[in-house]
Design a protein around this ligand. Structure first.
Ligand code: IMP
Length: 430
């Protein structure tokens, strides 16, 4: 079955962009199925950095069709900017390379305003969202008053839909001290986006179905990660969509029988942005070193990321939830020079031992990790291209992660560049 789902196995920012870009070279199609421009992938090709927030990371390969599935929420102004930016650099010359599902929901200015106003009013109880309007857009989708891409293309329907949303959201925004934009302001802007995006909008589920029927290699690119899943993550400190692999079904219209392999991306340590429990967080010089050496600042918001030891409890849970066939372990090079290394194998909280992530926020907030210590190494790993090139301590670190998560490590990333990668097994063939 030539489909592969790529998901984050921690709290996001695991380096999915580089891994997707790596496999996109061998894929006919890369499709996103959830999230929006809260994601951000930094791709480095020949030293040149490209950051994409909405368009799948496969866009840098001209032969790869990129799809934004129905489960994605789309901010059209961001999408238009991203398309123009890529076109200026010689990518995305053919509109057929990008297909946007007509049922994908649209982020409106009221969603962004509401997201930010709410977070501000929550002050130190805030979730630390990316402020992109993702949550309020998914709320309106579930409340059955959302606007979809197909609706944005129909001016008279769009006006009625905007009225409906303003009637619900306007008074709330005023309560937060924000003046809602008028219907005219919104329509003037969005009518322009509609015309710019019209050539790309289609029934993407059909495009994907055709690709499956003709045996094309399809890569499904997840955004965010297991611990940010609205059901399975560290609720309420999560994003507003499901992020586990099974969501390809609803978010891209793909039947379960067509999906098989799932590759989980995990960083060799752990990071998290925004608020919420993080049992292995390091607020000491090791944490600061990981942030500095790993360049742990958000691709979307520029926020410094919280850093900590590798948490095998989290990755084991992600492996179970998404049925990981393999793990791509990223940023192993960042650990060089840290000795000893620690891995959390379980938690203790409230006199109980947990081998899984507890659902209760207070149990998780009070969790003390049970650590195992491993030898570190001091060699620079960026030149390693085979497993055998790695120092013995690094090999041992990887094997221990495999044992603790009961999942094989199939790719190791030792630097940001495409070639700074050790591929152990082709994930399409796992
Ligand atoms: P939202 O998705 O903007 O509503 O943010 C909700 C939570 O998810 C916040 O803690 C964000 O920092 C986090 N989040 C959302 N997208 C990403 C991502 O792509 N990487 C890491 N964290 C994310």
């Amino acid at each position: 079955m030539p489909t592969l789902i790529i998901v984050g196995a921690q709290w996001g920012d695991e380096g999915k962009g580089k891994v997707v870009d790596h496999f996109a070279a061998h894929a006919d199609m890369v499709a996103r199925y959830q999230g929006g421009n809260n994601a951000g992938h930094t791709l480095v090709v020949d030293g040149e950095r490209t950051v994409v927030h909405l368009i799948p990371a496969g866009v840098l390969h001209p032969g790869t069709t990129c799809v934004l599935g129905n489960g994605v929420v789309i901010d059209p102004s961001v999408l238009c900017e991203e398309i123009s930016g890529l076109q200026k650099r010689g990518y995305l010359g053919d509109p057929a390379q990008l297909r946007i599902d007509e049922r994908a929901h649209v982020i409106l200015p009221v969603h962004r305003l509401l997201d930010r106003a709410r977070e501000q009013s929550l002050a130190d109880r805030a979730i630390g969202t990316t402020g992109r309007g993702i949550g309020p857009c998914y709320e309106d989708k579930a409340a059955r008053r959302g606007v979809r891409m197909v609706d944005m293309l129909d001016p008279s329907y769009f006006r009625d839909a905007v009225d409906k949303i303003l009637a619900e959201r306007g008074p709330l925004l005023k309560l937060y001290g924000e003046e809602p934009p008028s219907r005219e302001e919104i329509c003037a802007e969005y009518d322009g986006h509609a015309e710019r995006l019209r050539p790309y909008v289609t029934d993407a589920t059909e495009v994907i179905a055709d690709a499956i029927a003709t045996g094309k290699r399809i890569l499904f690119e997840g955004a965010q990660a297991a611990m940010l899943d609205v059901d399975h993550g560290t609720y309420p400190f999560v994003t507003s969509s499901n992020t586990v692999a099974g969501v390809v079904g609803s978010g891209a219209g793909v039947a379960p029988k067509h999906v098989g392999r799932v590759l989980g991306i995990a960083k060799s340590y752990t990071t998290r942005v925004g608020a919420g429990p993080f049992p292995t967080e390091l607020e000491d010089e090791v944490g600061a070193r990981l942030r500095q050496v790993g360049g742990e600042f958000g691709a979307t918001t520029g926020r410094p990321r919280r850093c900590g030891w590798f948490d095998a409890v989290v990755v084991r849970q992600a492996a179970r939830l998404s049925g990981l066939s393999g793990i791509a372990l990223t940023k192993l090079d960042v650990l060089s020079g840290i000795h000893p290394l620690k891995i959390a194998t379980a938690y203790e909280s409230g006199g109980r031992r947990y081998d899984r992530v507890p659902a209760s926020v207070s149990a998780l907030a009070g969790a003390r990790p049970v650590y195992e210590e491993l030898d570190g190494w001091s060699e620079d790993l960026s030149g390693a291209r085979r497993f055998e090139d790695l120092p013995t301590a690094a090999q041992r670190y990887i094997s221990r992660i495999e044992e603790l998560t009961a999942t094989p490590v199939t790719l190791i990333s030792v630097g940001a560049e495409r070639e700074e990668t050790i591929l152990l097994r082709d994930p399409f063939l796992l």
